[in-house]
Unconditional design. Sequence first.
Length: 365
Amino acid sequence: MPLRGTVCAVQAPVRRWALLVLILALVAASCGGGGGDDTQQIESSFTPPRTYDDFDLTGPQAAVAEFISAFVRRDYIAAALILHPDAQRAMSTAVAEDDLTGLIAPNAEPAVVARMTIERNGDHLLDGMRVFELAMEEAMANGGFTVDLASGTKGLTLRSSDQFGAVVEGILSTNGNNVVFELAPTPDKRWRIRSARLANGTPLQIPFSGTPTVDSPARNLEPRDIWRSTLPNESPQELLDTIVTLVGLDDYVSLYLLLDEAGQRGAAEQLPPSISSDHGLVAMLLDIRLDTTGFPVDVTDVDPIASETLAIAQDVGIGEAITFAVTVGENALDVTMSRDSTGAWRLRRMVPVGELTVPTPFSLG
């Protein structure tokens, strides 16, 4: 009987910004089994990103501070998640209508449109979250923020607050313009940013409005995928290990980011907005659905990808995909991965072996 590897994960307690260390011991019979030549040790260490549940959104001022912090560290995925679902849905509608007015200044629109054209049918689904990320990256690098939070704010003051909404005011550190944040609580009792506007802006345009007295500067910085860059996916095995880790953490927002465009699109098609009144972005809808139902396939005892298959994967080109047969206990999975434009690997589909009718990326019930 051929030897079968087993993955054993030893996880330290997860705290905000804590380092998660997984020791993946691939042994012949079971975790902690004897040594010898049959044992292969693979160590994978990475810092899990802060997710929605980690953000301090307990009050209006705390939520504004989290939002500004996300911009200062250029974590635009986090910023998008902190937006109120009204703003998230408005972004998605605007993207569908090719209207970027509520996101960036007019001078930045051509660069964002150009990146959207390049990315269409590429590495990412161009949903509201991804276009928000692109727009903020371009505004940071080349100038074009309507409300420039990249250098933080001064003098944040809570002007009003009740059970229905709140207003926080401050001064932008970059150009001295006054900024007004309007917030509202969501049913999960968290405060979220509905709009950030300059003194000459309007609350009817969300999430950003106004005309700055001084244009935001071009900072000439390379795009920085804060959230994605923490998720190892340089090889098929590394991607599989990361997915197993994220499932164990119930971090399905990060898992969404590791799906390729076809996987993200498939998830979007299975997730109606009615799933949640707290969120309007596909990544969070996926997180909510899987937090409720559990991950649709068992990955708790997944074997390493066969070495001969990994050898074949070296010949997979950019934009191409390969399906691995991965053993999980007494069962098996068909795991389809594709290579993105950076040469890294993304998950397209993970389903029970031979299940041709299960939707991409996996059944979401």
